[in-house]
Write a protein that binds this ligand. Structure first.
Ligand SMILES: [Ca+2]
Length: 365
């Protein structure tokens, strides 16, 4: 009905409109065919198709003599397309800019937080080192072998938590001590290391591998124990991973009980801090039960002198033979300070030689 009325306006009626419409469809198909050939169909074909299809329904698409304005609707379509295109480009530019600002700001905040966390972690190191030195000045002994310290966050306007752990390195077995600085094997230390390995259910031949890694000669204790040898003392326990025949699993088992710090020529184990495997490594006469008694004794009264070890039931005689291999006070302490905020963490690790006030190891990450 609507189309019929429009036909009347130019005096040709519905019939003419339908004829025009058919002509138009034919032209459209022809034009689309041309677009296919020229490759333009994907760009304008669909839009032109929609505009041309509805063109006969509007009297504005006809001239007074009944000819069609084929491009009257198309101009509007192109304008719309250009507008959409410009809008899309502007949107893309704005989004890109906003994203750039967002990532830039985030990077800045992350860097600022990281710096604050670094200061917090160092603060934890300073506080715990001072605490440690005060304790060592106040008492003749150091107890226990490890402790976690709460440290206050120095920032008022920045939320974060500092956790500090202190470990007495003298409570551990010094692997460097199995070969003295003059290159001679220390039989007591070598045997102790073998016992430690046995207690931990590890291959006792690891002691031979470590000895060959440290000693200056190239004489083989095992067929491959001098492969890639360093021929000097270990600077950090991580070096064990470089030794042929020692794998990560062995290392992880050993790690809580070994150190490379302390006097390698006269290694002393702090009986106030040593764990059961290290206490058992001191002598083959120290069973797990005797080691547990030492731990129970010091929990009640920490040892303030080496000779007090004979007070432990069952160690009356064994204790005497150990007095020159033990101590009651640590010298080298490992401090680990971690600062954390919103899942971001900074960690500082340090080994402090409290006797000489020297930092022997420092790592920040
Ligand atoms: Ca060697």
């Amino acid at each position: 009905m609507h189309i019929h009325n429009q036909g009347k306006t130019d005096g040709r009626g519905l019939k003419h409109s339908l004829i025009c419409y058919c002509e138009l469809r034919t032209r459209l198909r022809r034009r689309q065919s041309q677009y296919k050939k020229t490759g333009l169909r994907n760009l304008f074909g669909a839009q032109r198709g929609i505009l041309l299809r509805f063109a006969p329904a509007s009297p504005r698409n006809f001239t007074q003599n009944g000819k069609l304005h084929l491009f009257r609707g198309n101009k509007k379509g192109i304008a719309l397309l250009v507008t959409l295109l410009v809008t899309a480009i502007i949107t893309a530019i704005v989004v890109e800019f906003a994203y750039g600002v967002y990532t830039g700001t985030n990077n800045l905040y992350n860097w600022r937080d990281s710096q604050r966390l670094s200061i917090m972690a160092r603060s934890g190191i300073n506080v715990s080192a001072n605490f440690l030195l005060d304790m060592l000045n106040k008492y003749d002994y150091s107890y226990p072998g490890s402790i976690n310290l709460p440290v206050e966050n120095p920032f008022e306007d920045f939320e974060g938590v500092i956790t500090v752990r202190l470990e007495d390195e003298n409570s551990k077995f010094n692997v460097n001590s199995i070969v003295s600085a003059n290159g001679i094997l220390n039989n007591n230390a070598y045997s102790s290391f073998k016992r430690l390995l046995n207690v931990l259910s590890l291959d006792e031949r690891i002691s031979d591998r470590v000895a060959d890694w440290i000693d200056q000669d190239s004489e083989l204790r095992l067929s491959d124990s001098e492969t890639g040898e360093k021929n000097s003392a270990l600077l950090s326990v991580d070096e064990l991973l470089l030794i042929n025949g020692i794998n990560r699993e062995d290392y992880d088992k050993l790690l809580p009980y070994i150190t490379v710090y302390g006097d390698r020529n006269a290694p002393l184990v702090n009986i106030n801090g040593a764990e059961t495997p290290v206490l058992m490594s001191l002598s083959e006469s120290i069973t797990k039960e005797l080691a547990d008694r030492i731990i129970k004794y010091r929990e009640a009264t920490p040892f303030s002198e080496n000779s007090q070890i004979v007070n432990v039931s069952g160690l009356e005689n064994i204790g005497i033979s150990l007095t020159n291999r033990i101590t009651v006070k640590g010298e080298n302490f490992y401090i680990r300070s971690a600062a954390e905020s919103d899942g971001v963490k900074r960690i500082v690790e340090m080994v402090l030689d409290t006797s000489h006030s020297v930092i022997k190891y420092w790592k920040e990450y």
